[in-house]
Design a protein around this ligand. Sequence first.
Ligand SMILES: C[S@@+](CC[C@H](N)C(=O)[O-])C[C@H]1O[C@@H](n2cnc3c(N)ncnc32)[C@H](O)[C@@H]1O
Length: 207
Amino acid sequence: MMMAPPAKFWDRVAKRYSKQPIADEAAYQKKLQITRDYFRSDMELLEFGCGTGATAISHAPFVKHILAIDISSKMIEIAQGKADAENIDNVTFKQTTIDEFSAPDQTLDAVLGLSILHLLDNREAVIAKIHKMLKPGGIFVTSTVCMGDTMKYLRFIAPIGKLFGLIIKVFTTMELQDSLTDAGFAIDYQWQTGEGKVAFIVAKRPE
Ligand SMILES: C[S@@+](CC[C@H](N)C(=O)[O-])C[C@H]1O[C@@H](n2cnc3c(N)ncnc32)[C@H](O)[C@@H]1O
């Protein structure tokens, strides 16, 4: 089977990625806590682009179940190893893409997409799909590098920036908010982790 180029790239960097320290630990902890404030113990979650699983594993004790998916089988292998080592039994790691994945309409309580939306070439379609899968009142939590906020010149070169062999989509926080509200979400919480850095948004599917 031919592997999609992003899968190849992420397989190649997975081991290094898992050893990389978190760039801003305080910001990461704050995002975990804000997310957790929305959790209930009966919740069914999806995390897509879960990487090596650290976030899913840390949220596991606060919800019923997390399905954590990633395009890279190497990322999933590392994530599963960590979950096994920590005896976490309510996270299911699975190699698949957000495009291939589907859940019945209105069945998920929360979806997490962290450091992933800027890597997708069909962001709007993915956001619409998430909205459909969420129960009314369900939340989509995203933490996204919005390069359009600071690197405006890139927008004139091409709609995409090619960095480190990866296709990075360039858009502003405002454009991301618009994509979410156009899909029917209401912005429930928003935090900019540093000027022009990362937009952390909790978007709610209205009841
Ligand atoms: C920048 S990493 C972020 C990992 C993790 N969410 C974090 O915050 O550290 C992006 C992850 O998304 C995965 N990925 C990229 N495209 C994907 C897709 N279409 N569907 C699912 N996962 C994808 C990559 O394999 C990688 O693990």
